[in-house]
Design a binder for this molecule. Structure first.
Ligand SMILES: Cc1cc2nc3c(=O)[nH]c(=O)nc-3n(C[C@H](O)[C@H](O)[C@H](O)COP(=O)(O)OP(=O)(O)OC[C@H]3O[C@@H](n4cnc5c(N)ncnc54)[C@H](O)[C@@H]3O)c2cc1C
Ligand SMILES: *[C@@H]1O[C@H](CO)[C@@H](O)[C@H](O)[C@H]1NC(C)=O
Ligand SMILES: *[C@@H]1O[C@H](CO)[C@@H](O)[C@H](O)[C@H]1NC(C)=O
Ligand SMILES: *[C@@H]1O[C@H](CO)[C@@H](O)[C@H](O)[C@H]1NC(C)=O
Ligand SMILES: *[C@@H]1O[C@H](CO)[C@@H](O)[C@H](O)[C@H]1NC(C)=O
Ligand SMILES: *[C@@H]1O[C@H](CO)[C@@H](O)[C@H](O)[C@H]1NC(C)=O
Ligand SMILES: *[C@@H]1O[C@H](CO)[C@@H](O)[C@H](O)[C@H]1NC(C)=O
Ligand SMILES: *[C@@H]1O[C@H](CO)[C@@H](O)[C@H](O)[C@H]1NC(C)=O
Ligand SMILES: *[C@@H]1O[C@H](CO)[C@@H](O)[C@H](O)[C@H]1NC(C)=O
Ligand SMILES: *[C@@H]1O[C@H](CO)[C@@H](O)[C@H](O)[C@H]1NC(C)=O
Ligand SMILES: *[C@@H]1O[C@H](CO)[C@@H](O)[C@H](O)[C@H]1NC(C)=O
Length: 580
């Protein structure tokens, strides 16, 4: 194995030993805690308990009222019912429901609607009930470490389920949960430029609070003539689930994944201790946070990432519309496009393309430090193919003077709440050696769903794929194929069936082409069987050991997170079904 891993194993031994010694005493205390408390249980906090928590966090405790409550006659919990209907508010909410900005200021609303469990649906009749369902029950609107520490301590004392929520973007339902206390990091917005002088990196770095969104980081970097690696969607929380899950974006093919850029994490552990983890101090949790998944190891308060000099940036768009008769030509084109895709991403381009019944769209090809002429040349074989078949298409390209000006010119659609999703990583070898079968699979999926290919070369400058926790399988992937099926807001049974279709009908055609393959944990299938190896690859066992040493009492739990198989959700309860 790599030398990194040998050091790593040595570092592992100590915490493991500590965990084994500790487990006897913690077991006895937690015997009665087979499930987390729910209202009605003796251990569920009394109103006075909640009030005193609210006092210690200076009034920053929020009791959830779902944002769609104005669309219902009333909202009820186990203890109260309040009148909530307001036609005007409901109408305005419906108009903006699909945009992330509607959910960002909420302490509870998951953007991936399905994971609310349909408990307060803005599009149904006001007489339909509005309840908490799978939303957090209370949330601490954190401004500092103290607020989070109080939440951790309270949840442990009262056996209450905890959920870490940042932007609520998560597609797999990881930032919501029934009868839980939310720790809301969205308002931790600090940003600081650092001249970093570390063991293996000297240069500019940016330390950003856990609540910083991609666009906020891009703006800050730009004001210093710099860029940082972040997501495509401007509102994704960059130090939250995004980088902790790996994180790809417009700079992925030039600098690698977001997790590859991290120099330090400031983390609150479940026992309230704040640590700074880097490659030499707490290097095990440092490694784990770099792609081992959000909501698992601790509460990240901030991270420090490498920043790079800004430069001119080019982007291009291509639309090949379905015209009623050219279905065969479109998939012939997809085949050509896939063949040139390796050369495109290897030149530093990030390419996001979409295939559905309306045709093919490249939106965008994006590249930092490349002039427009060079990008046009890279895409020319695709256009030549279209010209030779006299296919109709629209192509445009542009060059801007900075990353930010190119980025803000992109027509980005980040409305999350309209799709159920799942995904699969597609390795280069499949694209190159099995193109026909792959195009057939893409044709099958895109006739029933939207298929998005986010394409990159993230081999980067890593010493080895084991340097961070991200599923090593992603390093040889040419794209992540994300499947989206519209959420059905009016027929819940049909909506659940679309989730099952993703799992049982659509993704299996990609799985058949990628046996023992992987998926990117932030756009994978929430129902993925064997998620341990599919999402984490052969890093899973190491991640579970680290989880055990830093979170011996399972304070952090999220769907498909490391160790999540030891608990299950059961009628609003989170119950233990196994031990480390
Ligand atoms: C429209 C859209 C576009 C996207 N584009 C991209 C993209 O270009 N590239 C990409 O890689 N991904 C992308 N994603 C996926 C994105 O990375 C994930 O949704 C990610 O989980 C978002 O992290 P968040 O912190 O903003 O969200 P949240 O939903 O708030 O949190 C996600 C997870 O992280 C945990 N978490 C959040 N904050 C912390 C913290 N401070 N400490 C510990 N755990 C924490 C939560 O508990 C949860 O498990 C996109 C998602 C959407 C919906
Ligand atoms: C917490 O206190 C603030 C300020 O007094 C109040 O507005 C808020 O409603 C309280 N939260 C809860 C859950 O009672
Ligand atoms: C959360 O706190 C911030 C200040 O940090 C405040 O601006 C915001 O309104 C609060 N949000 C809610 C929902 O209380
Ligand atoms: C990690 O942090 C410690 C303490 O600040 C520092 O001494 C050490 O050099 C850092 N390691 C790296 C790799 O920068
Ligand atoms: C620094 O890089 C060298 C190789 O370039 C590597 O062997 C070493 O482990 C790295 N050290 C840290 C602390 O990252
Ligand atoms: C911009 O990119 C070009 C091409 O890669 C490079 O030569 C130049 O040094 C870059 N400029 C800066 C400021 O990094
Ligand atoms: C559709 O496009 C194909 C080329 O892909 C062309 O041959 C055909 O004539 C077009 N049909 C219409 C109705 O424009
Ligand atoms: C980016 O470049 C395009 C094409 O030149 C131009 O239309 C657009 O206004 C530029 N965007 C910004 C923000 O400067
Ligand atoms: C999502 O956003 C896109 C682009 O803004 C828009 O065309 C589409 O209609 C939106 N979907 C919904 C359901 O609002
Ligand atoms: C494609 O298949 C050939 C022959 O089996 C093999 O040598 C080659 O490595 C494969 N290419 C990739 C990219 O996997
Ligand atoms: C908290 O947990 C960490 C990691 O297990 C440990 O090093 C530290 O001593 C603990 N702190 C307290 C106050 O127990």
């Amino acid at each position: 194995m790599y030398s990194y891993n040998r050091n790593f194993l040595l570092l592992m031994l100590l915490p493991l030993f500590v965990a084994i010694v500790k487990s006897n005493s913690t077991k006895r205390q937690s015997r009665g805690d087979e499930c987390r408390s729910i209202p009605g249980d003796d251990s569920w906090p009394t109103p006075e308990d909640w009030d005193s928590l609210n006092d210690t966090v200076e009034g920053r405790l929020i009791a959830t009222v779902p944002i769609a409550a104005p669309c219902h006659n009333d909202f009820s919990t186990t203890t109260t019912t309040i009148d909530t209907y307001n036609e005007d508010q409901c109408d305005s909410l419906r108009r903006v429901w699909f945009f992330p900005e509607t959910h960002l200021p909420s302490s509870s609303s998951p953007m991936a609607y399905t994971f609310s469990h349909n408990s307060c649906n803005p599009f149904l009749d006001p007489s339909v009930s509005c309840t908490l369902g799978n939303l957090v029950a209370y949330t601490i609107n954190a401004t500092n470490a103290w607020d989070i520490q109080q939440g951790l301590d309270f949840a442990k004392r009262h056996n209450v389920r905890l959920v870490i929520r940042n932007t609520g973007h998560d597609y797999l339902g990881k930032s919501t949960g029934a009868n839980s206390l939310g720790l809301w990091t969205h308002n931790l917005k600090s940003l600081e430029l650092i001249g970093y002088d570390g063991v293996n990196y000297t240069g500019f770095a940016i330390q950003m609070g856990a609540g910083v969104e991609a666009i906020e980081a891009y703006n800050f970097a730009n004001s210093h003539g710099l860029v940082v690696v972040g997501s495509n969607c401007p509102t994704v929380g960059i130090a939250g689930g995004y980088t902790q899950g790996g994180g790809y974006g417009p700079l992925a093919s030039t600098h690698g994944l977001s997790a590859d850029q991290v120099l330090e994490w400031d983390v609150l552990l479940e026992n309230g201790t704040m640590i700074t983890a880097n490659n030499t101090h707490h290097s095990d949790i440092f490694w784990a946070l770099g792609g081992g998944g959000g909501g698992t190891f601790g509460v990240v308060m901030s991270m420090t990432v490498k920043a790079f000099h800004d430069n001119y940036t080019s982007s291009a768009y291509l639309t090949v519309p379905y015209n009623g008769t050219n279905r065969k030509d479109i998939y012939g084109f997809v085949s050509t496009f896939l063949n040139i895709l390796p050369s495109i991403v290897d030149a530093g381009v990030f390419a996001r393309w979409v295939v559905d019944l309306t045709g093919f769209t490249l939106m965008p090809a994006f590249v930092h430090a490349m002039h427009i002429g060079e990008l046009d040349v890279l895409l020319k074989p695709a256009l030549d193919h279209l010209d030779s078949l006299k296919m109709e298409y629209q192509y445009s390209s542009a060059e801007n003077t900075s990353f930010l000006s190119a980025y803000t010119s992109l027509p980005l659609a980040c409305n999350v709440s309209d799709f159920n999703t799942g995904g699969r990583l597609i390795p280069r070898s499949v694209v190159i050696n099995n193109t026909v079968a792959l195009v057939k699979a893409i044709q099958y999926i895109s006739s029933r769903a939207v298929l998005i290919g986010a394409s990159f070369n993230v081999k980067g400058n890593m010493l080895s794929p084991d340097q961070v926790a991200v599923n090593p399988y992603i390093r040889d992937a040419l794209f992540t194929a994300v499947v989206g099926v519209p959420v059905d807001y009016t027929d819940w049974t049909a909506n659940i069936k679309t989730l099952d279709d993703i799992t049982d009908e659509l993704l299996p055609v990609l799985e058949a082409l990628t046996p023992n393959g992987g998926a990117y944990l932030n756009d994978g299938d929430s129902q993925q069987s064997g998620f341990q190896s599919v999402f984490y690859g052969d890093h899973y066992e190491q991640l579970l050991q680290i989880k055990r040493s830093y979170d011996p009492d399972h304070i952090f739990w999220a769907k498909t997170a490391v160790g999540s198989e030891l608990w299950e959700e059961r009628d609003g309860r989170l119950c233990r079904v196994g031990d480390y």
